[in-house]
Write a protein that binds this ligand. Sequence first.
Ligand code: SF4
Length: 238
Amino acid sequence: MEPTTTTPRPEQDRQRFDAEAVAAELEPLGASEVLRWAFDQFGQNLYIACSLQKTSSVMVHLATEINPRARFFYLDTDVLFPETYETRDRLAERFGVEFERWHNISLQEQAERYGDRLWKSDPDACCRLRKVEPMREALSTVDCWVSGIRREDSKTRAGTPKFAWDKRFNLWKINPLADWTERDVWNHLNENNVPYNPLHDQGYPSIGCTHCTRPVVPGQDSRDGRWSGSGKTECGIN
Ligand code: SF4
């Protein structure tokens, strides 16, 4: 899917909900109930982001149970693992969904403009080009997006509400799995026999691009394998 022109969002969109009140209302609800509320409010203007990690598998399963026409997308940095593309295809086949692909300039064009291995020389710039910009384009087409982040993921995600205005991308954001534990995720996948990224079974609790993701050893945090040794912890999306 090619990027489109970003149009400014009307101020009344942001005033449509009292974010804190809605987040409090959604807090005791389960993930399916939160998703159902989101579909009721936003319909086809709800866009579900998929990193094609384990929580994406949960989300595709839950969302398609409620709305078989649920819309999903992923950011193709062109340097995802083969296992990640295979997971996309297995989920698409099992649940009959399409993952809309958003991307930016080719790796060759990036190298010509910014030099080889931008992910080494300036990973923030690389993430901005290959993730944040296509994300901004994708989200400019809808009113609310769904993320699979969990409070357990990291200290920076510990305060994640289930519903909020996303200032960075200028639309509503919903986090139905915010209060799920690691065990909740695996129980759900196993009990429902949902396909998931096989790298999770090979020491990768968190999976991003090939250049910036390493397996972790026992005792390390789940996101310690991302941008390992660089001090960077997020790509700028969540
Ligand atoms: S995770 Fe690494 S390769 Fe992927 S966009 Fe960010 S810096 Fe570039």
